[in-house]
Design a binder for this molecule. Structure first.
Ligand code: ADP
Length: 255
């Protein structure tokens, strides 16, 4: 370490340890600062796209270059909503990444939450869309979790499953393994290519297909979900095959 050269006491083990720990702290602060800069850059980029669209339309409307048709207003509303979603997601993301999301961990039974979510999401499914099913033991062991954060994770995973599954099925499967409860959302949707899989939890990352054809996403949901799972001492994993479907599963510690 750098302290070693300057201090004649460098042979003292306590000082060596202190110097090493200072160096580690400095390195970790640099990492935090670099991540903050990166986040701001990514955010700026994501916010600029819808802003440019809105501004372009407004300028053309003002010039009389385009007529104020209902379609133009729909487009403006869509982009504004996207901005709103981005801002909300970004707020959650920055809290989650900074570890500032308060969590209230308590022993709880997950089944009632799963049942109510299945009911809520089943209402959103189109008649010719996928079927939604819950496969969960009637008597579930309690987990140590924050009910609101767990709901947020499930809403993200189910929202994705619905968005990226045109037909077939979406199954929520629950099982225990050693000291964990696993919850999997299994879909028969568009799937994710093997080369894309390592990136799905990165912020703002979206596959090319979902950018082109499935609007509405922000590429932040899975990043937040991963932070929320980790805040509750769980793990999150994905398995997928392009064209046949995806499985996202996460664990929570048993109470
Ligand atoms: P988004 O808001 O775009 O859905 P996410 O972070 O939730 O953002 O997901 C990142 C990307 O991962 C998505 O844009 C999509 O390309 C891909 N993805 C996520 N879930 C699924 C799924 N169930 N099936 C296929 N692709 C998915």
């Amino acid at each position: 370490g750098q302290l070693d050269e300057r201090l004649p006491l460098s042979g003292v083990p306590e000082l060596n340890r202190l110097s090493a720990s200072f160096n580690r702290m400095a390195a970790s602060l640099e990492g935090v600062e670099a991540r903050r800069r990166e986040l701001i850059q990514d955010m700026t980029h994501e916010l600029r796209t819808p802003l440019t669209v809105v501004r372009g339309y407004l300028e053309e409307l003002a010039d009389g270059g385009i007529k104020p048709t209902p379609e133009i207003y729909q487009r403006l509303t869509k982009e504004t909503k996207r901005l709103e979603r981005l801002v909300n997601d970004l707020q959650e993301l920055s809290k989650a990444e900074a570890g500032y999301l308060p969590v209230n961990i308590q022993p709880m039974n997950l089944r009632p939450l799963l049942e109510s979510l299945v009911e809520k999401f089943a209402d959103q499914l189109l008649e010719d869309g996928p079927v939604l099913r819950l496969e969960c033991p009637l008597q579930l062991p309690f987990v140590l979790a924050d009910i609101d954060r767990t709901e947020q994770i499930l809403v993200n995973l189910l929202g994705n499953a619905v968005r990226y599954t045109p037909t077939g099925s979406i199954i929520i499967r629950v099982w225990t393994e050693e000291s964990k409860l696993w919850i999997a959302v299994i879909d028969t949707g568009i799937g994710i290519a093997a080369s894309d899989l390592p990136h799905v939890f990165e912020r703002f990352w979206r596959t090319d297909t979902s950018r082109d054809r499935y609007s509405g996403g922000t590429g932040i949901g899975l990043t937040i979900s991963r932070s929320l799972v980790e805040l509750q001492s769980g793990q999150i994993e994905v398995e997928s095959e392009l064209g046949s479907g995806s499985t996202f599963r996460f664990s929570l510690p048993l109470a």
